[in-house]
Design a protein around this ligand. Structure first.
Ligand code: ATP
Length: 209
């Protein structure tokens, strides 16, 4: 079973990394693929180039068995959709179950994603509860009621389309907060790996203009 974790990772931080590790171990996955997005369809463009966001991910996950950096969305021209990425991985790994990981904030907007029904034919959803975010939109609640699984065993009985809502160690960290700290000239230490901070410093990323 493969975890698929897309994000802008602008920059990647311990909130992402801790959740990914808990999903990897809690669901006994073979791997978690970190897939930096070109730019998300529903939000402001990332501040940092794709190449540097990928390097930050590679640096953050170096040495962690089961964590893989996957640059397929960055290699594709223009914005890409999750459904294309899942189709791609499914083609490469036809025998593996796919688990698309997302925060509760993302799940609340899931019905507006491109081809959500096809996504559910290709993958399970692992919804990671985020600090301060317990609210479900009516559409998300309905989806959870119809497809929610109680645990990993129930999820594994299905090929795809199950939804597991899980609460993980709550780290109240966001990339926005880290960018703001850097813009204010303060240190983001202990919110993200030191190696990523070194890259940020070396390339003078997120500095106030
Ligand atoms: P930004 O502040 O720029 O919106 P972010 O910190 O939310 O960024 P993204 O790269 O947009 O990071 O997030 C990728 C995925 O990780 C999303 O599904 C998001 O919900 C989830 N995520 C982000 N921060 C956390 C956290 N602290 N704990 C658990 N999941 C998180």
């Amino acid at each position: 079973m493969i975890g698929v974790f897309g994000g802008t990772f602008d920059p990647i931080h311990f909130g992402h990394l801790r959740s990914a590790l808990e999903v990897l171990q809690g669901l006994n996955l073979d791997q978690v693929r970190f897939i930096p997005l070109h730019g998300a369809v529903h939000r402001n463009p990332p501040e940092v180039t794709p190449g540097l966001r990928l390097r930050m991910v590679e640096t953050a996950i170096a040495g962690q068995p089961g964590f893989v950096a996957d640059d397929r969305e960055l290699r594709r021209a223009g914005a890409s959709y999750t459904v294309d990425t899942l189709r791609d991985i499914r083609r490469e790994q036809p025998d593996q179950m796919l688990c698309l990981m997302m925060g509760l904030d993302a799940f609340n907007g899931f019905e507006r994603w491109h081809l959500p029904e096809e996504i559910l034919q290709l993958a399970h959803l692992i919804v990671m509860q985020r600090p301060g975010e317990t609210r479900l939109t009516p559409a998300a609640r309905q989806l959870l009621e119809s497809r929610g699984c109680q645990g990993v065993a129930e999820l594994r009985e299905l090929r795809s389309g199950g939804i597991l809502l899980r609460s993980f160690t709550q780290l109240q960290i966001s990339a926005t907060q880290i960018r703001d700290i850097l813009k204010a000239g303060r240190s983001p230490r202990y919110l993200l790996p030191d190696g990523v901070i070194e890259l940020i410093t070396e390339h003078n990323l997120y500095a106030s203009k």
